[in-house]
Design a binder for this molecule. Structure first.
Ligand code: KG4
Ligand code: ZN
Length: 358
């Protein structure tokens, strides 16, 4: 079964063709990073307009890469939640139009569940790695899951404030670096001393499986700019005594490395806690990780260490499937199609995920 997947939830316009939920025949991603760079973050209006311009060329490019035509497509899948609503609507409208005109099934997929499927698209991934403890770390989400199968996913915890990728992006902005900041911090941290600063590692309540990254972000802000001082009495804005231009390259690298250590330690702590608390049988046999921050070199290293210490398998996406892509959408959709569970043209885009309000 050849599934065309479409992804447009944030600032990547993507289309992919995946066979039987395993074999990637094409995976095309048009990033909009350069359009949002000058604003230091994704501007929703600009994102949806760019998706509308790019979606058809990206789908055509995916078909060409696979050497296929629309007639070869057995079903059309689309990431329909969660994400920026204007962006999601472009992908959902394109998927509906294609499914209707080709008279093929339409399958809506949860973007976060698809990130948890990305490791199964690695060339030598085992077909069955469940039950698994799942971790999604991205620009919009940081969540832990109990995963019983590609579609059996229950959330255990999530961030109560910033997502970890968002914290990487904000720290990069505080240091005057570009956007998205995650890969830049990752590279810079390699030259820094990760113990130069003792930034807080958030653990929350002893039994909590939630995350918090706003504290470490504020600590970085004060380390770089100093404590804000009130100027000119009541009601006047606070001013910082310094900014990133006062830091040497080495000092910036030290901040980046120390922040990255605190952020990754917080994630590893929660994974350890979740493994301790998963006492009922069957116990997890693997750790499955997805989302843009799963490209982070320190996180990948520390995850491998944790998996080894806990004697469980670790399944990470290949680097090309960490960031938003449509192969993970088409791959997961296969499992719905295989059990005859498809959508109709009333499928709605939704800014919230399936387990948003728990
Ligand atoms: O999954 P993704 O492409 O989009 C969302 O669904 O949010 O993740 C994007 C996020 C951004 O915050 C980006 O800075 C972060 O992933 N990211 C990284 C790295 N590569 C991307 N964060 C840390 N280290 C990296 N190497
Ligand atoms: Zn994502």
């Amino acid at each position: 079964m050849l599934i065309l997947g479409i992804e447009s939830s944030c600032d990547e316009t993507a289309a992919a063709l995946v066979e039987d939920g395993r074999t990637i025949r094409a995976n095309v991603i048009a990033s909009q990073h350069e359009l949002h760079e000058e604003y230091g973050g994704v501007v929703p209006e600009i994102a949806s307009r760019a998706h509308a311009e790019r979606i058809l060329p990206v789908i055509r490019a995916a078909l060409a890469e696979a050497g296929a035509t629309l007639r070869d497509v057995d079903a059309v899948a689309v990431g329909h939640r969660p994400g920026l609503i204007g962006s999601l609507l472009v992908g959902v409208a394109a998927a509906k139009a294609l499914a209707w005109s080709l008279d093929k099934p339409l399958i809506g997929v949860d973007h976060l569940h698809a990130h948890l499927y990305a490791p199964l698209l690695a060339p030598h991934a085992p077909a069955d790695l469940y039950p698994a403890l799942g971790l999604v770390v991205s620009g919009g989400h940081t969540s832990l899951y109990r995963v019983g199968g590609p579609l059996e996913i229950a959330r255990l915890g999530a961030t109560i404030d910033d997502a970890v990728g968002e914290a990487f992006d904000k720290v990069a902005a505080i240091l005057g670096l570009g956007h998205p900041g995650g890969p830049i911090i990752d590279r810079l941290a390699m030259q820094g001393d990760d113990h130069a600063h003792d930034f807080p590692v958030s653990t929350l309540e002893p039994d909590s499986l939630d995350f918090s990254f706003s504290g470490v972000k504020t600590a970085v802000l004060y380390a770089v700019r100093g404590k804000p001082q009130r100027r000119g009495g009541k009601g006047r804005a606070s001013e910082f005594p310094r900014d990133h231009t006062d830091l040497s390259e080495q000092e910036k690298a030290d901040v980046a490395a120390s922040f990255q250590r605190a952020a990754v330690d917080a994630i590893i702590t929660k994974l350890g806690r979740a493994l301790d608390r998963w006492t009922d049988e069957p116990r997890p046999r693997s750790l499955v990780v997805g989302g843009g921050v799963s490209a982070n070199s320190r996180l990948r290293h520390d995850l491998a260490h944790l998996a080894h210490a806990r004697a469980i398998e670790l399944h990470l996406p290949p680097m090309s499937l960490c960031l938003d892509n449509a192969a993970m959408i088409a791959g997961l959709a296969y499992h719905r199609a295989a059990r005859g569970d498809v959508d109709d043209l009333t499928l709605a885009a939704s800014p919230a995920g399936v387990d948003a309000a728990s």
